[in-house]
Ligand binder design. Structure first.
Ligand SMILES: Cc1cc2nc3c(=O)[nH]c(=O)nc-3n(C[C@H](O)[C@H](O)[C@H](O)COP(=O)(O)OP(=O)(O)OC[C@H]3O[C@@H](n4cnc5c(N)ncnc54)[C@H](O)[C@@H]3O)c2cc1C
Length: 414
């Protein structure tokens, strides 16, 4: 059989793999079970607006993701770029446009809402960070070891850990936390998409892949992969496709069923953390005091003013990370309205609200987690996805890096 490559899964990892192969002149067939590309990072239509299935933030240090978006996206300015900034209750810190480490030093010293000794304590922690990696413990142990007060944990470290790892500090991996923090603080901005997540990369990637002889098969779930002497058979509903190479870019909870006939592919079970996004549409005049506001007192950690970010006036997105929600969607929606009211005192009732709960948004990024590599014991069968080995937690960047790595591995034997 000639060399033929299949990618299973059209999330950011699968598309990054297929795009990279297409750039090298290798046409790929990409199978996606859903009707749209993007996986856990996709756009959707609601009440005449383009929304995302979850409000996402990227960091300037997401090098590979940003490079691919630059190649694939037609929009001239797809992001709102703001300095790394954290506003939680009365606490506010912002990195300053100065060379490293002055950006952080002066940022911390001019922070509002914490005492001078708390500033020194946080700076002491940050300055020792590069020596902290090694034994992987949970983040709360690490913070205790370095004398961080409960108040600093509540206002600074807890929100940072939840936004970066989507995992509570009591179980989150100290090594991954430090990796992300070091990269993020290294002069990195925050990037909030101005366009929906499907237009950011998936649509442009799909155009490029098909233009270069590849094929994107939507609503085409692969039911099973079978190994034979010359490669792999992919079984869909009623059809069988043969390939020499397979990049399997599905989330780990879809992997075991798909690879039941491949005993070599065994990936451990992961625990997952949810993310709930609540969109609340108010009259157009409603605005938050800032584009992105944090809170440590309510259910939502972050509120985003979509009017200020992308022109969707009066629309507020609230993000509730890593919380096991026992409430009904109606109660979650009304709680978000009450929490927004604390920031906008004359807030009128919402015109509509939409609650989107992703129960398995990310794997729990716990200490000493064993994540599989991209190569597998099966020659020419690779694993891509945010859960594969990476210094990063489940993010677009870890997904994209895994896709690039699989494409490069496949290219060696094509
Ligand atoms: C609400 C939410 C908020 C988030 N916020 C952020 C953020 O702010 N910043 C950040 O960097 N990351 C964030 N993430 C994480 C980020 O979205 C994920 O890490 C990333 O999208 C994972 O990409 P992936 O390609 O690894 O997996 P997925 O996106 O899960 O892609 C897998 C694809 O495979 C398809 N598939 C599954 N089974 C089959 C089959 N049998 N045949 C064919 N196709 C199949 C699925 O339909 C899916 O499209 C967030 C995630 C969520 C859910």
């Amino acid at each position: 059989m000639g060399k033929k490559v299949a990618v299973i899964g059209g999330g950011y990892s699968g598309l990054a793999a297929a795009f990279t192969l297409a750039e090298s002149g290798i046409p790929v067939t990409l199978f996606e079970s859903s009707r749209t590309l993007g996986g856990r990072a996709k756009g959707m239509d609601w009440k005449g607006l383009r929304l995302d299935n979850g409000q996402h933030i990227l960091l300037g240090c997401y090098r590979e993701t940003l490079a691919l978006i630059e190649k694939a996206c037609r929009h001239p300015e797809p992001f709102l770029r703001i300095p790394l900034e954290l506003s939680v209750d009365d606490f506010h810190i912002k990195t300053l446009p100065l060379p490293e480490p002055l950006n952080l030093l002066f940022g911390m010293l001019s922070a509002k809402g914490i005492s001078f000794s708390e500033k020194l304590s946080a700076l002491g922690f940050l300055s020792k960070m590069k020596f902290m990696k090694g034994l992987d413990i949970n983040v709360s142990e690490l913070l205790e070891k370095y004398g961080q007060s409960c108040r600093l944990c509540e206002l600074l470290w807890k929100p940072l850990c939840i936004s970066a790892l989507n995992t509570p500090i009591e179980i989150a991996s100290s090594n991954v936390f430090i990796s992300v923090l070091m990269d993020a603080l290294n002069g990195s901005d925050m990037l909030i998409p101005r366009i929906n997540l499907s237009s950011l990369f998936p649509s442009g990637a799909a155009r490029f892949i098909t233009k270069n002889g590849g094929e994107i098969l939507l609503s085409k779930p692969v039911r099973s992969v079978v190994k034979h002497h010359a490669g792999f058979d992919l079984l869909t509903d009623g059809e069988t496709f043969s390939f020499s190479h397979v990049i399997c870019a599905v989330a780990p909870y879809h992997l075991s069923r798909l690879t039941e006939a491949l005993p070599e592919i065994r990936v451990q079970d992961f625990d997952y953390q949810p993310i709930c996004t609540v969109y609340s549409q108010y009259p157009e005049r409603v605005r938050l005091p800032g584009k992105m506001m944090g809170s440590s007192r309510g259910l939502a950690q972050w509120l985003f003013d979509r009017g200020a970010i992308c022109g969707q006036k009066g629309l507020i997105a609230a993000v509730i990370s890593a919380a096991r929600l026992e409430l009904s969607f109606d109660s979650i929606a009304s709680t978000m309205h009450e929490e927004t009211k604390k920031l906008v005192p004359d807030l009128p009732p919402p015109l509509w609200q939409k609650v989107i709960l992703e129960k398995r948004a990310t794997f729990s990024c716990t200490a000493n987690l064993q994540r599989p590599g991209n190569e597998t014991p099966l020659k020419d069968f690779y694993l891509a996805g945010d859960y594969t080995a990476s210094p990063y937690p489940a993010t677009l960047e870890s997904a994209v890096r895994s896709g690039l790595s699989c494409a490069r591995l496949a290219l060696k034997t094509i």
